[in-house]
Each structure stands twice: as structure tokens, then as C-alpha cells.
Design a protein around this ligand. Structure first.
Ligand code: NAD
Length: 246
């Protein structure tokens, strides 16, 4: 990935930070975009300290104008946008009958419209170079719905799978592949929405009997961004310890 410019959204912590670190370790310039700039800067500093290249920028993926401006700035400062990883998302553990309009709209603004905004803004540079990789982080909840995930979150992650396939068809003629990774439960702050008891029960129900580490998700993203994955597009890669097999 030497010389490739990678944007990872929501990379100030958790899975996004692991993805940015993994791709930088493989030679890419990782651009870490997140609402939380100080934390994003800490991740970038850590990558640079380990000998990689990284840049941190503040961006709200749900704000189309901000996304267009920030992506244009990245393309101009870094010379291109080669790889986009749509990782930023939010989740609320709200009982199915209690979801407010505001919460529903915020989840869809970030998890669905945010992915659309970023894909749309990256298309120009990728089409121009006739090469690109987009990886969208969905969730096994997007396939199954789920007792442990909120109804709006699961629905938003199903929409990410559908959008992945639409963009994959649209961009195939331009040398751009678009895939999704669907993690099961991962050891991050988001998983802390579950109580310790629920996390233990969830781990027991997984055939591999544990939650994933963020770096295990990052490895699968790195594969989909590589030249070895050039013939894979519109695919949803399950990384869930066997929890969902379809
Ligand atoms: N943790 C899990 O168990 C799990 C399971 C399946 C899928 N996922 C998916 O993996 C991805 C990463 O999850 P995580 O557990 O690392 O989450 P996390 O909550 O630890 O981190 C999410 C990051 O996204 C950022 N963010 C939130 N809203 C944003 C916005 N509007 N614009 C820009 N950045 C924003 C946050 O500041 C944070 O840094 C998400 O797409 C999530 O849905 C997580």
C-alpha cells in the first residue's frame, strides 16, 4: 500500500484506530477523520511514532458540506484519495418500543447518510485514477437484526450492506471495488453498551467463545484493500467467530 492515501472515518478509537494503524503499517498514509479531533490526533501521533504516516482532521460524516470540503482538502493536500474505510457509526441501546424520532434520525444520519456522503465525495478522485477501494463497516446485526442491538442500529447496518452493493455495481467499470465487513461483537467502547453479564453470555454463544479484537477486524479490511482482493466486489465479509454463518 506504499504511497496510497487512506481515509478512515471514526478512527479516533476502537476499530477505526486499529484499521488506520494497520494500513499505515503497510505503507499507506492514514488520514484519521473523526468528530473528536484531540483523540484523532493522538492516534495519528502514535502511528507517526511507530514510523508510519498519518494525518488527523475533524469531520462529521453526517454533514455533507463538511464532508465535501474535508475530502477536497485531503485530495489536494495528499494528492489523491485511494482508499476509503467508512467506519464511523453510533449505536444506542434503546428498547424497541422506545426509540424517539430524534434518535432514529441521528442513527440514520451518521450510519447511513454518513457512508453515502463519504462515498460520494471520494468517487471523483477514485474514478479519475481508475483505481480505488471502499470498505464499509456494517455489522452482523445488519443481517440478523438482534436482541442485543437496537432496532434502528440494525436497520442502519442493513442499509450499509445494500449501499455497498449499489456502489460496487456503479464503480466496477472504474477499477474501484466496494465491499463491506460485518463484525460480530468486538472489544471496544461500543460493546460496553452491553452489561458485563450480556457480554459474557454473548461470548459463550459464539462458536470461538470470545469477542473479536479491533485488530482482527483491521486485518480483514486490509485484505479487502489489497491487490490480492482485486476480484472481490459487492461482498460482505463476516468476521464474527462463527456467530452468524450464511
Ligand atoms: N464494537 C462492536 O461490537 C461492533 C460490532 C459490529 C460492528 N461494529 C461497527 O464497527 C465500527 C466501529 O465501531 P467501534 O466499536 O470502534 O465504535 P466506537 O464507538 O468505539 O468508535 C466510533 C468512532 O466514530 C466516531 N464518530 C461517531 N460519530 C461520528 C460522526 N458523525 N462523524 C465522524 N466520526 C464519528 C466516534 O467519535 C468514535 O471515535 C462501527 O461502524 C460499528 O457499527 C462494531
Amino acid at each position: 500500500m506504499n504511497g496510497k492515501v487512506v481515509i478512515v472515518t471514526g478512527a479516533a478509537r476502537g476499530i477505526g484506530a486499529a484499521i488506520a494503524g494497520r494500513l499505515a503499517a503497510r505503507g499507506a498514509l492514514s488520514v484519521i477523520v473523526d468528530l473528536a479531533l484531540p483523540a484523532a490526533q493522538t492516534v495519528a501521533d502514535e502511528i507517526v511514532r511507530s514510523g508510519g504516516r498519518a494525518l488527523a482532521l475533524a469531520m462529521d460524516v453526517s454533514d455533507r458540506r463538511q464532508v465535501d470540503a474535508t475530502m477536497a482538502e485531503i485530495a489536494q493536500r495528499c494528492g489523491s484519495i485511494d482508499i476509503l474505510v467508512n467506519n464511523a457509526a453510533i449505536n444506542y441501546a434503546t428498547p424497541i418500543e422506545d426509540v424517539s424520532d430524534e434518535e432514529w434520525e441521528r442513527i440514520f444520519a451518521v450510519n447511513v447518510r454518513g457512508v453515502y456522503n463519504c462515498c460520494r465525495a471520494a468517487l471523483g478522485p477514485m474514478k479519475a485514477r481508475r483505481w480505488g477501494r471502499i470498505v464499509n463497516i456494517s455489522s452482523s446485526a445488519g443481517k440478523t437484526g438482534g436482541p442485543i442491538s437496537s432496532v434502528h442500529y440494525s436497520a442502519s447496518k442493513a442499509a450499509v450492506i445494500s449501499m455497498t452493493k449499489s456502489f460496487a455495481r456503479h464503480l466496477a467499470d472504474f477499477g474501484v471495488t466496494v465491499n463491506a465487513v460485518a463484525p460480530g461483537a468486538v472489544e471496544t467502547d461500543m460493546a460496553l453498551l452491553l452489561s458485563e453479564d450480556d457480554r459474557r453470555r454473548a461470548a459463550q454463544a459464539i462458536p470461538l467463545h470470545r469477542l473479536a479484537s479491533p485488530s482482527e477486524i483491521a486485518h480483514s479490511v486490509a485484505f479487502l484493500c489489497s491487490d490480492e482482493a482485486a476480484y472481490i466486489t459487492g461482498e460482505v465479509l463476516d468476521v464474527n467467530g462463527g456467530a452468524v454463518m450464511d
